[in-house]
Design a protein around this ligand. Structure first.
Ligand code: 4NP
Length: 152
């Protein structure tokens, strides 16, 4: 497994957070991976991550340097070995635009953190600031689980 793409709806809150956290933790674990993120929607194309997501992440020591929102493209399903989604809607949206032979590459992020007791990373965009710390808690747990799965 050499390349991982994290996907959410807008690519400004959850998947940029996943990209930042997973990049740091995979470096700490000594893994050399190509990591990126994208959205199923393109409304925020070219924008940096949401200020609230960056504030919460930077407080925990993560870097969002160089991140810019983009919409998923068909070639992503060829380039990336694994496409990790935040919720069931992301999963449905992606499966509706890619060919069935790559469906196996798409995984729910929280599948790597069964102890979290929930299957979706909730969208924090319209909620209060606490939502971003909750996203970070879930993303940190799932990142550790994914790193363990990759090390097997
Ligand atoms: P994300 O959050 O999918 O975690 O990046 C959202 C960001 C923007 C919108 C929805 C969700 N939006 O509707 O613009």
């Amino acid at each position: 497994m050499r390349s991982i793409l994290f996907v959410c709806l807008g690519n400004i809150c959850r998947s940029p957070t996943a990209e930042a956290v997973f990049r740091q933790r995979s470096i700490d674990a000594g893994l050399d991976l190509h990591i990126d993120s994208a959205g199923t929607g393109g409304w925020h194309k070219g924008e940096p991550p949401d200020e609230r997501a960056m504030e919460a992440g930077i407080r925990r020591g993560y870097s969002f340097a160089g991140q810019e929102s983009r919409k998923i493209v068909n070639n992503d399903f060829t380039v990336f070995d694994l496409v990790v989604v935040m919720d069931d809607a992301n999963m449905r949206d992606l499966k509706s635009v890619c060919t069935p032979n790559v469906h196996h590459k798409i995984k729910l992020f929280l599948g790597y953190a069964p102890q979290a007791g929930t299957r979706e990373v909730p969208d924090p965009y319209y909620g209060g600031p606490g939502g971003f710390d909750h996203v970070l808690d879930l993303v940190e747990a799932a990142s550790d689980g994914l790193i363990k799965a990759l090390a097997k």
